[in-house]
Design a protein around this ligand. Structure first.
Ligand code: 8YV
Length: 315
């Protein structure tokens, strides 16, 4: 059997399926790492990673026979891809199969935060409907959705948002060719023009803190932010301050800096919708992601090209 090191929390069904052909050694969040690696380090030929838990350069460098890192995620910012690729270690991820579900959740958060759905539900459950009426939300039709990062997921949200009558604008560092959406050359200009700002770009050090106090100020007191990408892209302190002081109107967040810990200040706010990183969490998508992880590993270990490699990254 081929030895794999599992460094991320992954669906038990995936591990069960992999266990038929692979010997899996669990080392999630570094628990018992030294002892385990001393015993099996030289046998490890593959790593199982995830969107928020992946191997750093140290771990990659300490496994002399490592050939492949298969990430159960589209985002690969938790893995040090540059360190892996510079050693000739392949990295694979799971693009495409989760796009629709992630876009659906982004659209859900847009509607929930503007129509105050979470807040309304809490109001009803507290029995307040018996005493008064819930305050109004806002209509999305005719408003502008600004998308930061118009990749596969950003485009899929744009298609959904168009159906709801939203105008689409975007900012992206990649040239996009001809698109029916308004392009803004800077994030500040996009935030200025947007009623709802959707964070849909890649994570990683280059984009850490991209959305800060000044961008939130540009979004304005009637503006909403929705993040289904990575928590650290938004400066969480600045976001909390902006939500508290009315610099922006509200937020819909599926991801957090430091997740699964969510700051108490966010938990206590009424004008935020919070979900525990569930954008790809449907039976269908998780099955498709698992299929792709297995297909990549099987292809590699039978001498075939992998299906979905992470393209070469530069530091
Ligand atoms: C998952 C993700 O939550 O694909 C990504 O980049 O963040 C999510 O789909 C996670 O990686 C599941 O392991």
């Amino acid at each position: 059997m081929i030895d794999l090191l599992q460094v991320a929390t992954l669906p038990p069904a995936l591990i069960e399926r992999l266990s038929e052909n692979y010997q899996i050694h669990q080392c999630v969040d570094g628990a018992g790492a030294d002892e385990l690696l001393e015993k099996v380090g030289p046998n490890i030929r593959g790593i199982l990673a995830g969107g928020t838990q992946g191997p750093d350069a140290n771990l990659i460098g300490s496994l002399p026979n490592l050939e492949i890192i298969a990430s159960h995620s589209v985002g690969f910012d938790a893995t040090d891809v540059v360190a892996a690729q510079s050693r000739g270690v392949l990295v694979t991820h799971t693009p495409e199969v989760l796009t629709g579900d992630v876009a659906d959740l982004a659209m859900t958060l847009i509607l929930m935060v503007t129509r105050r759905v979470g807040e309304s539900e809490r109001f009803l459950r507290r029995g307040e409907w018996l005493k008064k009426r819930m305050d109004f939300g806002v209509t999305v039709k005719g408003r502008t959705l600004g998308i930061l990062g118009l990749g596969r997921i950003g485009k899929a949200v744009a298609r959904r948002a168009e159906v709801f009558g939203l105008n689409i604008a975007f900012h992206d560092i990649q040239p996009m060719g001809d698109l029916p959406y308004r392009h803004y050359p800077t994030l500040t200009d996009l935030a200025d023009a947007s009623d709802i700002l959707l964070v849909a770009c890649e994570g990683g050090p280059a984009n850490r803190g991209l959305v800060d106090a000044s961008i939130l100020k540009s979004l304005g007191s009637k503006g909403y932010i929705v993040n289904t990408a990575r928590g650290p892209i938004v400066n969480q302190k600045d976001l909390i301050e902006a939500l508290k002081s009315g610099v922006i109107a509200g937020a819909g967040l599926d991801v957090f800096d430091g997740e699964p810990t969510v700051p108490d200040e966010l938990l206590e706010m009424e004008n935020v919708v919070l979900t525990p990183h569930i954008a790809s969490s449907t039976h269908e998508t998780r099955r498709a992601m698992a299929d792709l992880v297995i297909a990549n590993l099987d292809a590699h270990f039978s001498g075939k090209p992998v299906l979905t490699p992470v393209p070469p990254q530069v530091s």
